[in-house]
Design a protein around this ligand. Sequence first.
Ligand SMILES: N[C@@H](CCC(=O)N[C@@H](CS)C(=O)NCC(=O)O)C(=O)O
Length: 221
Amino acid sequence: MSDIVILGSPRSNFVWTARLACEEKGVPHTLEAVGTNTRDDLKTPDHLKLHPFGRIPVMRHGDFVLYESSAICRYVDEAFDGPALQPEDLQSRARMNQWISATCDYLVKDIVWNYVVQFAFPSGPDGAPDMARIEEAKPIVRQDVEIVDRALGDHAFLAGEDISIADFLLTPILTYLGNTPNGLVFFDGLENLGRWWQAVSTRPSFAATKPPLPGELSDAA
Ligand SMILES: N[C@@H](CCC(=O)N[C@@H](CS)C(=O)NCC(=O)O)C(=O)O
């Protein structure tokens, strides 16, 4: 069968997640740029045929088309030989699923939409970031990263000692957070998260998929 194709903008956190899964699995894949300029590109009849909700990423594998980053990651894991991206053990797998859900439902909203995007798409006066919204979001962002730090505890990764799909969802989000102005301050004193960050950001998959960062956050979400 043909190689995996991931459609989307390389700067989208969810597209980055899908690409991390392909890299970690060792699966040949290509990125087809969609939605790199404007969200309107995701609402065209052609794109809506692939993703009726008008989002990215979309995965194509031969004739098979799939959307939703976590479903794509699971498909990539289960369709190919290579290192497992999901734990075998029941409770570790449940923990991974918990973090996939918590990341998509809570962290993306609190960290990406309410904080990172406020810098990427400034909505304040004269095109400046809306500092009131940013200040309001800060304590929640810190609270979220503290929750992740506590959850990691002594474990290497979110679902235990092996990297999993949950880590692929978190990596782009925390990378973008760290790249906001003075963003590293959110991680002060969080040693578990620091260890996790060191582990994920030095893997070859990170270097192979990382989009350009500073000052180029405008397509982060
Ligand atoms: N639950 C989806 C979320 C996808 C999503 O929201 N992608 C963003 C880019 S990071 C998007 O397409 N935004 C375009 C829009 O909201 O119009 C997934 O996991 O794939």
